[in-house]
Each structure stands twice: as structure tokens, then as C-alpha cells.
Design a protein around this ligand. Structure first.
Ligand code: ADP
Length: 467
């Protein structure tokens, strides 16, 4: 627009110079030829007309500039802003002519562009959120084998830096041959490939369902391969647990059943004619059936507690009272081994919210175990400590103790440190699994302090109010 102004200035200057030159020329002609007064007047008229038309020309020039050039200047500025990506720029023109139409059109264009960009940003945000939080690892490889994208899931699983992968050829950076083969297979067959891979990650091995999907554009153009990693280690563990559980249950049931069957057959084969043998065998059969019964009871109990809709019968109860009721139930067992069973409580009553029968079951189990795993003449102490908003119950014994690495495992179903000892004492290996479930159903915690030969201490923390 500055060019226009310069051109206008030059034009005005040239016209002004021409006018002055014409005046001088006419003046000279009049002087030279000494023309009369009438010609002098004509000259004046011509001169004034020239100046008037000169002024009109300048006036029109300015009008044209303000009418057409300025709005175009404004609209051009907006167009430049739009080209730069500033879609919020708008042209404001307060005239009602073609310039206004131009401004309105450019504003509409800007609005549409802004809307398009907003939509595109929204889509982009959604896509990014989806890719990053999909809960699986993703890698996108283009048709030349270059990695274009790795998501957060992949980075978290494989503990890698995105810069180590992005814009690199996949087989040069992916450390696992199985994955590279899978990608190559997708490239070769142009078909979906699904494989279950066991991959070593740092100090552990994890199971993955890996999907390789070919990406083919609408016009049948190869765009690359998408790799999806689902970590199924927990599922595999659960599957293994289920298999172990079935194997364990079968094994636990098989032992007493085999024993009962064997002794019954021997009796039927003639041993029953001997009264002493008959009595001895029958008492073994009774013991084995007791074991079977308690195993089935514990299994039913565990399955009931683990059911989704399991409900506690919550009421206000005195924990001191509850323990006073439990101790005599185990006195006989303790006395048989000459074990000193002691209950210490400094406060009374100690009210909490809980299920009386279930908590009784917890302490019978824990105190029973303490007696079982303590040699003769040992000591078992139950201590109740009231701590304002929660209570602690310590069941401490002077027994065999547990190795540090065994402690987290003793709460697993059927896990026993010493199988023979547990079985001989009538244990099912399910007691602590039931205890843990019940304590957690009460929103409590269970902790164990133990070392071999030093005895064990099971500590239960229960909130006084939690529902
Ligand atoms: P079990 O019926 O075999 O006693 P539990 O689930 O009650 O099953 O206990 C699991 C295992 O934990 C036991 O077999 C035993 O090895 C160990 N254990 C439990 N309580 C004690 C304890 N007080 N002292 C030593 N070991 C214990």
C-alpha cells in the first residue's frame, strides 16, 4: 500500500509541475504576442479550471483510497494472519458495499477454519488420550519399517525411552527376536498375526498377547503395521492358581480317601475278626474321615467368604469378652502339650464393630495354629491392646517360627511350611487363607513377625468403627 501512496504522490507532483509549466507557457505566449485583455481573462479562466480540476483529482484520489484501498488493506492483513495460523483474526468494516461483502466472506472463512481446527484438535486430543491410556502397549511401524509411534503403555511395560525407538528401523531397536519375527510375518503375509509371548523384562518374565495388524489404506496402499501388547501375566497366574488349586484339592482329598479305602478293605479281608486290629483300624478311619470333613468344611467356608456378595453380620461387640470366650475352647489342646496359654488385656470392655462369630473363627484359627506349631512346654500369649480408634491383638508363641521368605506364602491356600507336621495336627492348609479374608472383610490388617526357632507373632489391627 506504501507503493500506491508513492505513486499517488509522484502523479500529484507531475500534475502540479505540468500545471505550473502550462501557466508559465501561457503567460509567455500572452507576453510575447501582447494579446489583449480578453485573452488575459481566458487565460485566468483556464488557469483556475486547471487548478480546480487538479484539486478535484486529488480529492477523488483520497476518496478512492479511503473507500477501496483501506478496506482491502484491512482484509489483506486478516488474510495474512489466517495464513499464519491465527484463526481468531477478523476484519471489521463499517461500510455497506463490496468491501463489506469481502470482509464478511473472509470472516466466514476464518470462522470455518477456526471451527475446523477446533474439531481437529479435539479429535487429536481424543486420539492421543485413547492411545496413551488404552492399557496396552502400542507401536506403529510405517511401510518402510520405521517406528512412528510408541505409546505410554509400551514405554511403561518395556521401560524404554521413546527417543530410542522413534524414527528407527524396528529390527534394529526391538531387542526381542520373537517380536521382530512377528512384524516380519505381518509384512510378508499382509494378515493379522496373534501370538502369546513370554518375554524377559528386567528381573522377571511376563506373558503377553501380541497382535500384529497390517494397516492398509483405502486405496489398498500399505501404511505399515500396528503392534499391540496385552500383559496377561496376572491372568496366567490366576489360571495357574486355579490349576494348582484343583490339583491341591484333589491331592488333599485323595490322601484320606485312599487311607479309608485301604483300611476298610483290609478289615473286610478278615482283619475285622481281630478285635484289637478292628478298633485300631476303625479309629484311623474315624481320624481320616474327620480330616476329610474339616477339609470339606474349610473349602466350603473359603468359597463362601470369597463369594462376591459375602456379608458380615456387623454388630457392636466387646472384643475382650470374645477372647475370654475363645481361650477355654483351646485350653484342652494347650494342656495336652503342657503349653501355657495366657490372655492379657489391660482394658475392659473393648468395643468394636464386627461379626462376632467370624472374629471368633479368626482367633480360634490363630491360637490353634500357635499351639500346633509350638513344642511341648512352650508358651502362647494373647494380648489385647486398645488404641483409641483401633485395637491390636497379638497372638505370640514360643514355637518353631517361620523363615522370612515363607511368611508371605503362608496365607496362600494349601501352603504349608512343614507338610507332615500340618497334616499330622489335622491342619488343612486353608486356615490362614480364611483368617486373611475375614480380617480384610473387617477392613483390618494382619501382620506376622517370626524367625525360625524364635517363635511367631501374628498381629491383627482392627478399626473400632469402619462402616
Ligand atoms: P494349617 O492348617 O496347615 O495350619 P494354615 O493356613 O493355618 O494351615 O497355616 C499355613 C502354614 O503356616 C502352616 O502349615 C504352617 O506351616 C504355618 N504356620 C501357621 N501358623 C504358624 C505358627 N504360629 N508358627 C509357625 N508356623 C505357622
Amino acid at each position: 500500500m506504501n507503493k500506491f501512496r508513492t505513486k499517488l504522490l509522484i502523479a500529484v507532483s507531475i500534475i502540479a509541475v505540468l500545471v505550473v509549466a502550462l501557466e508559465i507557457l501561457f503567460a509567455q505566449i500572452f507576453k510575447t504576442y501582447e494579446l489583449n485583455q480578453m485573452y488575459g481573462q481566458i487565460w485566468w479562466i483556464i488557469s483556475i479550471s486547471i487548478w480546480v480540476s487538479f484539486i478535484i483529482t486529488i480529492y477523488l484520489g483520497i476518496r478512492i483510497k479511503s473507500q477501496y484501498t483501506k478496506p482491502i488493506e484491512k482484509v489483506t492483513k486478516v488474510a495474512i494472519e489466517l495464513a499464519k495460523g491465527n484463526y481468531r483474526a477478523r476484519a471489521s468494516i463499517d461500510r455497506r458495499d463490496e468491501a463489506e461483502m469481502l470482509a464478511t466472506s473472509i470472516n466466514m472463512l476464518a470462522e470455518n477454519l477456526q471451527e475446523l481446527v477446533r474439531e481437529q484438535e479435539m479429535q487429536q486430543d481424543r486420539l492421543t488420550a485413547l492411545i496413551e491410556n488404552i492399557g496396552a502397549g502400542l507401536i506403529l511401524i510405517d511401510s518402510r519399517g520405521t517406528i512412528n509411534l510408541v505409546n505410554k503403555g509400551f514405554i511403561d511395560i518395556f521401560q524404554v525411552e521413546p527417543s530410542d525407538y522413534l524414527n528407527k528401523i524396528y529390527y534394529q531397536v526391538i531387542d526381542y527376536e520373537e517380536i521382530s519375527y512377528l512384524v516380519a510375518e505381518v509384512f510378508r503375509t499382509e494378515q493379522k498375526v496373534k501370538k502369546q509371548l513370554l518375554l524377559p523384562l528386567a528381573i522377571e518374565r511376563r506373558y503377553f498377547d501380541v497382535y500384529g495388524v497390517p494397516i492398509i489404506g483405502t486405496d489398498n496402499v500399505w501404511k505399515g503395521v500396528l503392534l499391540v501388547f496385552h500383559d496377561i501375566t496376572e491372568l496366567k497366574k490366576l489360571e495357574q492358581m486355579r490349576k494348582d488349586f484343583v490339583a491341591n484339592v484333589s491331592h488333599e482329598l485323595k490322601t484320606p480317601v485312599t487311607s479309608i479305602k485301604g483300611f476298610t478293605e483290609t478289615l473286610l479281608d478278615g482283619a475285622m475278626n481281630n478285635k484289637e486290629t478292628l478298633e485300631a483300624f476303625l479309629s484311623i478311619i474315624l481320624k481320616e474321615s474327620d480330616r476329610l470333613q474339616s477339609l470339606i468344611q474349610d473349602l466350603l467356608e473359603l468359597s463362601k467368604i470369597e463369594q462376591q456378595g459375602f456379608q458380615l453380620n456387623i454388630q457392636k461387640l466387646d472384643l475382650h469378652d470374645l477372647l475370654v470366650e475363645v481361650i477355654p475352647l483351646l485350653d484342652g489342646k494347650a494342656m495336652a502339650k503342657d503349653i501355657k496359654l495366657e490372655f492379657i488385656s489391660l482394658q475392659e470392655p473393648v468395643f468394636i464393630q464386627g461379626d462376632f462369630d467370624r472374629l471368633k473363627q479368626v482367633f480360634i484359627n490363630l491360637i490353634g495354629n500357635a499351639i500346633t506349631y509350638t513344642p511341648e512346654k512352650g508358651e502362647v500369649t494373647v494380648r489385647l491392646v486398645d488404641q483409641s480408634d483401633h485395637v491390636m491383638i497379638h497372638v505370640k508363641d514360643s514355637g518353631v517360627g517361620i523363615e522370612k521368605e515363607e511368611i508371605p506364602r503362608i496365607f496362600e491356600r494349601f501352603y504349608r511350611v512343614d507338610r507332615a507336621r500340618s497334616r499330622n495336627s489335622g491342619g488343612t492348609g486353608l486356615g490362614l487363607a480364611i483368617v486373611k479374608h475375614l480380617v480384610e472383610a473387617h477392613h483390618g490388617h494382619i501382620n506376622v513377625k517370626s524367625s525360625p526357632g524364635q517363635g511367631s507373632e501374628f498381629i491383627i489391627e482392627l478399626k473400632k468403627k469402619w462402616n
